[in-house]
Design a protein around this ligand. Sequence first.
Ligand code: 6GU
Length: 255
Amino acid sequence: MSSAADQQDTAKTAPCIKILTLFPDMVRTVLETSIPGRAERQGQVRYEVVDIREFSVDKHRTVDDTAYGGGAGMIMMAKPVVEAVESVRQNNDATVILTTPQGETFDEALTLELLEDLQLKGEIILICGHYKGIDERAIELVVNREVSIGDYVLSGGELPALVVADALVRRIEGVLHNEDSANNDSFTTVRGGGLDCQWYTKPPEFRGLTVPDVLLSGHHGKIAQWRDEQAKERTEVRRPDLRQTEETDDKSRKR
Ligand code: 6GU
């Protein structure tokens, strides 16, 4: 925990992640929890959660309507989305992301790219997509990036937006403490873009299963080497697509 003075120091300059949603309570709850919550309390990031319904077109707080040309499902109207963005955007160059299954797939490289945007522009805006979709004109007017978190369909863009926010926050300098171990997580450069190794904690034996001897040896060099080998083997077996070659290494650095 940082002191009140620390929080004052960074509060003005901390980058802001702004999430536009129809379910602000859900989004706030997640952002207050665990590492994203701690990061905000430490003044390393700020969050602004905006209820898109506040920009509805009528007293019934309507934000969606049927699709022109017919078809099942409701479409989010352009006006509330565009006005919600305009109400929170302080930097006109800020990246505005729409979460949608039609977007580019989110990964570690995109995380680092968006982190740079966040730090450069001071803010990043995430619009949680909903219903069948949103009016294309809103995308044309305010969205500059569409992001998906994988090839499956979710009920709304809240979870994907929170996935993006969490991945970003844990990459902000100083957010992760040593015990949260940032640098050998799966997909980081220390793991060569591959998977992490297996881990053990006390006791040394559980239901007849023991901890590999090397981990109890106290020999740091051998332990590091074993972990490297295990990580490489897991990557090879589980995710051969992540296998690191000089060529892919080069590509990920350029991105
Ligand atoms: Cl970004 N949105 C929705 N609704 N479903 C998804 C997704 C996004 N990414 C994967 N599935």
